[in-house]
Design a protein around this ligand. Structure first.
Ligand code: ZN
Length: 480
């Protein structure tokens, strides 16, 4: 019997090791991984992967798609975000259902996103979000968990839009512990940031160049400390998004050593860029929270990433156009904050983590695909092994290309990484067994993405470093 596809003679890289092998794809799944000493199995199509790295498709746990925050809405939808993700070797993205205004419930926000997800080109999953507590929230979270949405985003800052107050954070953490789910937390101490920003505004220093000074590292670390205490008190699993300082990562490491289910995410921009960008000619390219940190902090964060203390690297993809960014460069309080990045996560992170001799490759695969699949409870994702979904990326590790924002596919017109020379651009991408990118270009699979359900946190944490294979019931339970 002939398989659908074979990737022959590639260096197959997983979070736990590498070997030269043939990857056999059939029916949308990985049917086998055959030692390269064996003949190439028969298939309808064979792609020669000699000299290429074959790794699991990326899982980006942190993307904001068509998100409204205050007066701004991000510019891309599910079709553009997932198309850009596939171009960048990411085959699963997680978005957030965040209430856009007072009165929108967590359930309504999440269900609205499920409707939009029908246009997805790759598999997707969703985090819910709680901004305001009321007595209906536990029932809503229960209903969401029953639909396989078992993670919830909380913001400790952004007063007036997405911030949850301390009581709401505590009660939501308690519910997530009860429902065996995970809390995703944007941790920045709101009172410090509000005060620090006001003092800068009073001094007339409130333009984009001042951004890093208005959001001190202390504000991030103070909030991480506080949320870790609430998580310990309630017994909830907690995942800190976009950690930007070594001190914040170290707090999570210490909590984990103390027995807490605590996890650390950073983003490509916090390790590849530093605060000197705000003194450059285009500071508006870098309006995001937290801001890029000073070079010493960045070096410390990079050390934590390379040393294995950071669990995942996610994009925090948020597409605003330069026009939107430039409306209020004289007042950061009114600017839309967030950077496009779902398409560049692979090459930026690969260049940071993988040496010319391919040292660090397994650790890269872990933060790029395996760990985000596992921590988000996604079966069938994050490994090149029999029984996993056939989501695969081929990378020529020797090829170097500079970032050209105009050639990218995200719903915006710039890249914060413009001009950076990077290794790790995908040469071919397979999603759900379909070749969606190869030397001939992009082959749009249409709205083929499924909405994935998340396993309970305790179950996901019992999986090994490669996560868990797909199951038939898992496929049947997918919404589409
Ligand atoms: Zn975010």
């Amino acid at each position: 019997m002939s398989a659908d596809l074979v990737l022959a003679h590639g260096l197959v890289a997983n979070a736990d090791g590498r070997r030269v092998a043939h990857v056999v794809v059939d029916g949308g799944r990985i049917a086998d991984v055959v030692d390269a000493g064996q003949p190439v199995p028969e298939a309808a199509r064979v792609i020669d992967a000699t000299g290429l790295v074959v790794m699991p498709g990326g899982v980006d746990g942190h993307c904001h798609i068509a998100q409204t925050t205050g007066p701004y809405t991000t510019l891309d939808d599910y079709a553009t975000t997932t198309t850009a993700a596939l171009h960048g070797g990411t085959t699963t993205v997680l978005d957030f259902g965040i209430p856009a205004h007072a009165g929108e419930t967590p359930l309504a926000a999440a269900l609205g996103k499920l409707d939009l997800a029908a246009a997805a080109r790759c598999d997707v999953a969703l985090h819910a979000s709680v901004v305001e507590w009321d007595e209906t929230v536990p029932g809503q979270l229960e209903e969401l968990a029953a639909r396989g949405i078992r993670s919830v985003k909380l913001y400790t800052t952004n007063r007036g839009t997405t911030m949850a107050d301390g009581d709401t954070v505590l009660r939501t953490l308690r519910e997530m512990a009860r429902l065996d789910g995970l809390a995703y937390v944007h941790a920045e101490h709101d009172e410090i940031i509000v005060d620090c920003t006001q003092r800068h505004a009073d001094a007339g220093e409130i333009g984009i160049a001042e951004l890093p000074r208005t959001r001190p590292e202390l504000a991030e670390e103070a909030s991480v400390r506080e949320v870790l205490a609430l998580a310990e008190y309630t017994g909830a699993g907690v995942y800190f998004v976009h950690q930007s300082t070594p001190g914040a990562v170290d707090l999570v490491t210490a909590a984990r050593l103390g027995g807490q289910a605590a996890f650390s995410e950073t983003c490509p921009h916090y390790v590849a860029l530093d605060s000197s960008v705000y003194a450059g000619p285009l500071p508006e390219f870098y309006a995001c929270c937290p801001p890029m940190r000073d070079p010493e902090t960045v070096a410390g964060l990079r050390e934590r990433l390379l040393g294995g203390a950071v669990d995942t690297v996610a994009s925090d993809h948020s597409c605003y156009s330069l026009d939107q960014k430039r409306e209020h460069t004289d007042d950061i309080r009114q600017m839309p904050h967030g950077l496009p990045g779902v398409e560049t996560r692979l090459p930026v992170t690969f260049t940071q983590m993988v040496g010319e001799g391919l040292d660090g490759l397994e650790d890269f695969v872990s933060v790029f695909a395996a760990a985000p699949a596992r921590l988000n409870g996604l079966r069938g994702k994050g490994a090149v092994a029999p029984g996993y979904d056939a989501d695969l990326v081929l990378v020529d590790p020797a090829a170097v290309r500079a970032v050209d924002g105009a050639a990218l596919h995200m719903g915006t017109d710039f890249s914060p990484f413009e001009g950076l020379r990077l290794r790790g651009w995908p040469t071919a991408v397979v999603a759900g067994g379909r070749v969606v990118l190869d030397r001939d270009g992009f082959h749009d699979p249409g709205p083929a993405g499924r909405v994935l359900e998340q396993a309970p946190l305790s179950e996901a944490l019992s999986w090994g470093p490669l996560g868990a294979p797909a199951t038939e019931s898992h496929a049947a339970r997918s919404t589409r």
